[in-house]
Design a protein. Sequence first.
Length: 113
Amino acid sequence: QVQLVESGGGLVQAGGSLRLSCAVSGTTFRTKTMEWYRQTPGKQRDWVARIFNNGNANYADSVRGRFTISRDNAKNTVYLQMNSLKPEDTAVYYCRIFGINYWGQGTQVTVSS
């Protein structure tokens, strides 16, 4: 059974940094494209970034140049390094295996102004 466990969220001031982690089990991680999404109350869940199994990555316009997605296939973990954080980055962040509609519990990121 697939499991996704996000961690690393917290409270940070604007301009600060956080690194999120997502530990994946129950699947052949190295073959999977992985994604990060985020959601604020009352709004839809928005796509943030994607990393393919070859390491290539795509980003939403709102985070490009500030966020970096990476993966460690030896640890079955995908990361999201978030720099130059803004209050509008405040959300619950989720990881997802591309094409599989299964979500972990998410991790809360709060950016204060």
